[in-house]
Design a protein around this ligand. Structure first.
Ligand code: NAD
Length: 353
């Protein structure tokens, strides 16, 4: 391996280009090849990473110039085809969330990856948003005593337009609970430090994309939901998702409450309020550099995640976000989708987990 980790990027749409903007800011990283079948995506990528090898077919990238690490940012439903080919190269892999769109596909990948010699890391950017990272740190340090409740709220804009509108159909995305909310379920598991046992959810597609039809199929992505998750250690958690709430002062909020206090963390305010019962102890503002905020949609988190990925590769450390994390975040989304569809609590053991 040269001094710099050489990346091959597969999929150069919205998220692939966000990765390219962050990789440009990391001296230890170098993008040497990009594959995307869509000419406009290849053009956009070439603007961000001139002088790289461009491919239409990712299999040519895999067989082509020597790369050390593969970054996969193709649509959710393509991960199940791209990942086995990527794994066959033995190279380090950073794959965008969700790992796959179904539990079965995630399990297929987990099996294929069992002896993978490289780092295999599922991108879960919300963990790396600096105010969220601070909340996680405080919970782990015992600031709020024993964690009892964890609330996650995202109130945001509707799904953006994507290449080929793949994100309008649950059969491509896994459904909103998988596509979007795998991030929140991953945060829950990380902070609660236990496995979920039961999920009950209520949600619907009430406002967004109601008149959109794609080749005869109606857009069917849920745009609002409440999801309650019971964890094996007795902690309860709740997700409040609304995708027709652009004007929210904080798009994302996480509130962790323990027996001795609570922590509230918000994005984009980047404020973290730390309370020890009965008082507010402090409100800390976590600064994020302007160039990191400007490079993407995720409050600089993609940059910090890349630094973690690089450390894992360089130091031979295990990935911070594992295949198991990717699988469980999808499984929780699948359970929430099922709970909404069937109007009943879903036990995680129904999914074999
Ligand atoms: N972590 C996050 O917060 C976050 C945010 C947005 C998207 N994502 C994830 O990133 C992935 C890509 O989403 P996006 O928003 O960039 O979608 P997008 O539609 O903007 O881009 C996807 C790109 O992949 C290309 N593509 C499709 N099939 C391909 C293949 N076989 N080989 C190579 N390229 C292929 C498309 O042509 C397109 O350019 C998805 O898994 C999505 O869930 C993650």
């Amino acid at each position: 391996m040269s001094d710099r980790l050489r990346y091959g990027v597969i999929g150069a749409g919205t998220m692939g280009c966000e990765h390219l903007r962050f990789l440009r800011q990391i001296p230890e990283a170098e993008v040497v090849a990009i594959a995307d079948p869509h000419p406009a995506s290849r053009d956009a990528a070439a603007d961000l990473a001139p002088d790289v090898h461009l491919f239409e077919d990712y299999r040519d990238l895999l067989a082509g110039p020597d790369v050390d690490a593969l970054l996969i940012a193709t649509p959710n439903h393509t991960h199940i085809d791209v990942l086995p080919d990527a794994l066959a190269t033995g190279k380090h892999i950073l794959v965008e969330k969700p790992l796959c769109t179904t539990v079965e596909d995630c399990q297929t990948i987990a099996k294929a990856a069992a002896d993978h010699p490289g780092v295999l890391w599922v991108a879960m950017e919300y963990r790396y948003m600096p105010p969220m990272a601070r909340l996680i740190e405080e919970v782990r340090a015992g600031t709020i005593g024993q964690l009892r409740m964890l609330a996650v709220r995202e109130h945001r804009y509707p799904f953006l337009a994507k290449v080929g509108d793949w994100n309008r159909l649950a059969r491509n995305t896994g459904g909103t609970m998988v596509e979007k909310c795998c991030h929140f379920f991953d945060l829950m598991r990380l902070i609660v430090a236990a496995e979920p046992t039961r999920i009950y959810a209520s949600g619907a597609q009430d406002v967004n994309h109601l008149d959109e039809v794609y080749d005869g199929e109606r857009a069917d992505m849920i745009d609002n939901a409440y999801v309650i998750v019971d964890f094996a250690n007795g902690v309860r958690s709740m997700l409040d998702l609304c995708m027709f709430a652009e004007a929210s002062p904080d798009q994302d909020q996480v509130v962790a409450v323990g027996d001795k206090g609570k922590i509230e963390s918000g994005v984009p305010s980047s404020n973290v309020a730390i309370c020890r019962r009965p008082d507010l102890v402090d409100t800390v503002h976590i600064p994020v550099a302007d160039e990191l905020l400007a490079a993407g949609e995720h409050h600089g988190s993609t940059y910090f995640e890349h630094l973690g990925f690089l450390r894992a590769v360089r130091d031979g450390r295990p990935p911070e976000v594992t295949i198991r994390d990717g699988l469980m975040s999808v499984a929780m989304g699948v359970a929430a989708e099922r709970s909404i569809a069937e109007g009943r609590p879903v036990e995680m053991r129904e999914l074999g987990l």
